[in-house]
Design a protein around this ligand. Structure first.
Ligand code: 6PG
Length: 469
């Protein structure tokens, strides 16, 4: 009975595909799902060369696995993870390993680690990125926590991970919930870049009156050279797709109410907790939230209608090159914010993150993979303590080279009345970060005025309070 090397709980799209990927590498794999349909799909889709078995019964599943057992959970974050763990634990033995591969909230991972280690069960959280395709043919994986347990499963994960220049996109991230924290910030960056791309699409479509074909071609072209990235690539593909029913581009038939499962929000929430400024990610979360208020927006589109006809597309003949540079500029600041958050979190939670490794495993397989990750990796190899990649010589040079175009594009958005909160926020972040003397001295003075909160002076040490009137 004990003949399977690896077990997967949750045979949804991600679980099933990752299991097939593992089976492709000569591991015998077993799957558990309470839904018989998903178990059938697993067994029916397996090829002759793959040794794959599914079941709906947890006791049968546990008995099928070689000991010490290696079990991965790919179930929705939250209660389903606790439910799966609770059903497995009574049947497991000391030394068995559970890996949570979902998008779990990192404090939950810390709690589960503690609860399971008290029972002698090894547990670690691992972010898995890349969607269905990634799971099947090579995801990026971010494990953290129980190092020994990870080392035991490392050969499996290295075999199935995406490869860049022959190097696997998986590496031990750090202690505790480091893996899930890194994945959370990955998703925050994902939200930021997706928001930015949607703003560019809007600027080109409504601002420059681009046709469907021009729009599609632009994103396809941008995905060449230095901007090459998965998110630009899929944008080009998405914009090409026609709707079978109407013959229009399918994207134009999709409701503008954006959904979210929470990882972007968690990134922003925790960034506030540890005082890591990530304003573009915050803006991306807010814009998805704002999209939800469709009825109000429809009312406002009439009540607050304003079209600046004075500024039309002809006037801005060469704008597209500026928009491209503006995208480059803002995209860099989004990575900068997320990576700076990781540097801070590493200290706050003693994760021991190595940012060069993070950038390295994000180069392939994951949703935010892009050619820029190679540059970020080099920046952190040069200086592992780099607090912000905007301080790296080569990235600073690119920012300086693109910032004027970003300003030009931002002004165009403002003049046109087209919301571009990621771009505007990226510019403000950049401008604030490069300002030696911010106006926050005034805030300190006001705080001292109304609340005697005290302030520090620029010319000598100490804490001061003034009777202002
Ligand atoms: C990934 C994705 C994946 C998931 C997003 C979607 O890295 O493969 O990030 O984990 O598709 O979390 O998130 P929202 O539903 O919140 O947009």
């Amino acid at each position: 009975m004990e003949q399977y090397d690896f077990g997967m709980v949750g045979l949804g799209v991600m679980g099933r595909n990752l299991l097939f990927n593992i089976a492709d590498h000569q591991y015998n794999v077993a799957g558990l799902d309470l839904d018989q349909g998903k178990v059938d799909a697993l067994q029916n889709e397996a090829t002759e060369k793959q040794i794959v078995k599914g079941t709906t019964k947890v006791d049968e599943f546990v008995k099928m696995l070689k000991t010490p057992r290696a079990i991965m959970l790919l179930v929705p974050a939250g209660k389903p993870v606790d439910g799966a763990i609770a059903s497995l634990v009574p049947l497991l033995e000391k030394g068995d390993i559970i890996v949570d591969g979902g998008n779990s909230y990192f404090p939950d991972t810390d709690r589960r680690f503690k609860e399971l280690s008290e029972k002698g069960i090894h547990f670690f959280g691992m972010g898995v990125s890349g969607g269905e395709e990634g799971a099947r043919f090579g995801p990026s994986m971010m494990p953290g926590g129980d190092r020994d347990a990870y080392d035991r499963l490392k050969p499996i994960f290295e075999a199935v991970a995406a490869k860049v220049n022959g190097e696997p996109c998986v590496a031990y991230m750090g202690t505790g919930s480091a893996g899930h924290y890194v994945k959370m910030v990955h998703n925050g960056i994902e939200y930021g870049i997706m928001q930015l791309i949607s703003e560019v699409y809007d600027l080109l479509k409504r601002g420059l009156k681009y046709s469907d074909d021009q729009l599609q071609q632009t994103f396809q072209d941008w995905n060449e050279g230095e901007l090459k990235s998965f998110l630009l690539e899929i944008t080009g593909i998405v914009l090409k797709k026609n709707d079978d029913e109407t013959g229009k581009r399918l994207v134009e038939m999709i409701s503008d109410v954006a959904r979210a499962k929470g990882t972007g929000k968690w990134t922003s929430q925790n960034a506030m907790d540890i005082q890591a400024p990530v304003p573009v990610i915050d803006a991306a979360v807010s814009m998805r939230d704002l999209s939800k208020y469709k009825t109000e927006r429809l009312q406002a589109s009439e009540k607050l209608a304003w079209n600046n006809a004075a500024n039309d597309s002809d006037e801005h003949g060469g704008l597209i090159e500026h928009v491209k540079k503006a995208y480059h500029f803002a995209m860099l600041t989004i990575y900068a914010q997320g990576l700076a958050q990781l540097q801070l979190a590493s200290k706050e939670y003693n994760y021991g993150l190595n940012l060069a490794e993070v950038a390295k495993i994000w180069r392939g397989g994951c949703i935010i993979r892009s050619t820029s990750l190679e540059d970020f990796m080099h920046a952190f190899v040069k200086n592992p303590e780099l607090p912000n990649i905007m301080l790296d010589d080569s990235i600073a040079a690119t920012l300086l080279d693109t910032q004027e175009a970003a300003r030009f594009t931002a002004k165009f958005a403002i003049d046109k009345g087209i919301a571009a909160s990621a771009l505007l926020s990226a510019l403000s972040y950049f401008d604030a970060y490069r300002t030696a003397k911010l106006p926050t001295n005034l805030i300190q003075a006001q705080r001292d005025y109304f609340g005697a909160h005290t302030y520090e002076r620029t010319d000598r040490e100490g804490v001061f309070h003034t009777k202002w009137e």
